[in-house]
Ligand binder design. Structure first.
Ligand code: ADE
Length: 224
């Protein structure tokens, strides 16, 4: 079983997404465990405060170093070889390759921040800083959920058909998926490409590869 831990002020954020579809089944089948650690439990004051104003002034509040580091230590105690990932917009960008790398680790711990961010000294206690994309979320939780979902579906025997994993290895090379169609054959004048109805598997495979390449080239051009 692959062990994951989430350090968060909002464990309830994860309840619903983990009770749906593939993550739900993976947890039920003991392919993955997801354990939340409440950062607030490590506050060292009676009001359980975990945030404070930034030195030097400015808007917003920051996650304090002491409770976050104590929560990270608890995570490392529970899973001694865990790889601790801090979710932050200033981290390196997440992608499919990262998801594949993470599931090879013994365990992954995802650290979610709220407020304007983390006290910079926390960085010394994590193994990596990761961003979901070039935009600012109101907390690390939605980013952590995406990372978790991307990892879970890659775990052995989680996806229904073994072919899905083969398709993943295709996207892993940096290529996008090809276009898909299901019934009906015609919808408001739009038809399914004839090759997909031909029954010629070699031709279908060639068409799919060509379409994947074409899409990938178009995406690159658009993103330049
Ligand atoms: N926290 C806030 N914004 C984020 C982002 N884009 N990626 C990861 N963590 C975040």
């Amino acid at each position: 079983m692959f062990h994951t831990q989430i350090l968060t002020l909002f464990p309830e954020f994860f309840t619903s997404p983990l009770q749906c579809s593939i993550p739900k089944r993976a947890i039920a089948d003991a392919k993955v465990s997801v354990d939340c650690i409440q950062i607030r439990d490590f506050a060292n004051n009676k009001h359980q405060k975990v945030d404070d104003a930034p030195y030097g002034g400015g808007p917003g509040m920051l996650m304090q170093v002491a409770p976050v580091v104590a929560a990270i230590r608890e995570a490392r105690q529970r899973q001694p070889n865990t790889h601790v990932v801090m979710l932050t917009p200033s981290g390196t960008l997440f992608n499919q390759q990262k998801a594949l790398e993470y599931i090879e680790k013994d365990s992954i711990t995802l650290l979610c921040g709220r407020y304007e961010g983390f006290d910079e000294r926390i960085v010394d206690y994590v193994d990596e800083q990761l961003s979901l994309g070039e935009y600012v979320l109101s907390g690390g939780e939605p980013a952590a959920m995406c990372v978790l979902d991307a990892m879970i579906r890659l775990l052995p025997d989680v996806l229904g058909s073994p072919e899905s994993a083969v398709l993943d290895s295709f996207t892993e090379q940096g290529l996008l998926d090809w276009p898909h169609y299901t019934r009906p054959e015609v919808f408001e004048g739009q038809t399914v490409p004839a090759v997909l109805l031909s029954g010629n598997h070699a031709k279908i495979e060639a068409w799919r590869k060509e379409q994947a390449l074409l899409r990938s080239k178009q995406r690159k051009k658009r993103d330049l």
